[in-house]
Each structure stands twice: as structure tokens, then as C-alpha cells.
Design a protein. Sequence first.
Length: 94
Amino acid sequence: MDRFEYPVLLKSDGEGFVVTCRDLPAVITQGDDEAEALREAADAMDEVFATYMNQGLEFPAPSKVKRGEHMVVPPAETVAKAALYTAMREAGIS
């Protein structure tokens, strides 16, 4: 599962938290508190993963977590699809 777990950064905007992911720049979301922001990050990753697979893109390798970042993984069903997609790409199967 580590293959699809990415570090995200939460920044307070005074009203909640904005979430970004340096490995997946399209992951930008927010939440009223840290817990909601992390749930929203997982949901945003779900959408970004679907886009990568639909466009035939390779998933970037996750970076090592830095101080202040949180590791987030998309829903289990998405991880299973991403793992199958990656295995098929590596095997040259379309």
C-alpha cells in the first residue's frame, strides 16, 4: 500500500485547512479541521487517480514525508484499481 500513499501538507487559512500534495499537484482541497481536510485529501486523490488511469499516465513515486506533512492514501478500492493498472502497464498489457 505504501506505493500509493502520498505526503500532503495542511496549511491553516484562518477558517480551516488547505491541503496540497507535491507529488500530485492536482490534489488541492480543504477542510474545516485537520481530520476533515485529510478525508478530503483522500477523496481528491481518488479523483486524481481516476484521471491518471483514464489518461494512461504513470503514477509518480511517493516522496518521503517531510516534517509537518501527513501521509494519505486514497480509498482501498482505488488503491486496488491503481495497483492493477500499474501491473498491467509494467507488463505491457492495455
